[in-house]
Every structure is written in structure tokens, then in C-alpha cells.
Design a protein around this ligand. Sequence first.
Ligand code: PAN
Ligand code: ZN
Length: 184
Amino acid sequence: MEIKNANICHDYLNGVIEGQEVITSTKILKDARHFYECDDKKLSDDTVMYEVYMYSQGNSKQRGNLNWGLTVMKPVYVNGECNMTRGHFHEDLDCAEFYFGLGGEGLLLLMDDANHCWAEKVEVGSVHHIDGTIAHRLINTGNEEFKVGACWNTTAGHDYERIEDHPFTVRVYKKEGTIVTEER
Ligand code: PAN
Ligand code: ZN
């Protein structure tokens, strides 16, 4: 019997996803300024906000195949508003997702189709199931890198337009060291 090495490695607590077919992308502030209520011109355009690592094996158009991902968010505040991912619904509302906390601390902001928002606290070891119909966004509320793993169907897709038309109705700030959530 042949014993093969794994295609990828993920040093959960101290590293990232590594392997030849791992796709990485970096979100810089220039492409994220519009997420925030109030821009901060003092922060430069090339400020790194978050990095996404993603691996999928096999045909990504085939239903049932899975992505393995990692998001690493920097501790950046834009006029006091916490660093957040763009956020999205899945295009295929039948496709759920798992998120799991791997470093730092933050929130998983969730929103249903009636624009009702709630959040789950994400910390090392926490596991979060996101129903396929629910919009999701990660928010770094801490002072260190916030690392969150994910597993979801390759056919889920990302519907960013829907979230831009119907934005999350809660914003998260750090004011005098305290996390404050504000409804909009
Ligand atoms: C994640 C997200 C990742 C970045 O892999 O895509 O955290 O967030 P945005 O895509 O909203 O910028 C996921 O939820 N995939 O479905
Ligand atoms: Zn998703």
C-alpha cells in the first residue's frame, strides 16, 4: 500500500495553510474603505486588513466538494470601527459553512433575510455553524491577529452584491477600550 503525504498542511495555532495549490489573497484598505461608516484618511491605502488562504481539491464545480480556508485579520481600527471582512451571503443558499476560532478574538456577525443581526463570540476553539441562508462577516475586536478557519462547499459562491444592497444593520466599534455595538 502506498502511503502519501497530505496535499496541504495547516499549523492551526502558529501558522497558515501551506501547500502548492493553496490560493492566497490580501485585502488592503484601498479596497475596503467603503465597508466603514467613516473613512480614516490617516491610514494608508496599502494597509493590510486581512488575508485569505483557500484550498480546494478536485473539480470545484462538482457539488459536494469542499473548500478549506483561513482568514487572518489584522488589529486595525478605522475611526474606531473594528476591522471587518466584506461579508456575504452564499449564492447557493443551500450551502452552509463552518467557521472555527484559531487565534485572537472577535465576532461572527450574522444577518437573516429580514435584516435581523446577531453575533457569536469567536475565540480559540469555538466552532460556528452558519446556515446557508445567513449572511456572515468576521470582526476583529482584539489587539492581535484574529485567525478563523472555515470549511464550505466549493459551489457555495459569494453574493457580495446582495450585502451591498442590504448592508448589515449593526456596526462594531471600540470606544475607550470597550467594544460597542450600534444598530443602524
Ligand atoms: C470565507 C470568507 C473570508 C473573507 O472564506 O470568504 O472570511 O470574507 P469575505 O469573502 O466576505 O471578504 C467564507 O465565508 N467563504 O464562504
Ligand atoms: Zn461564506
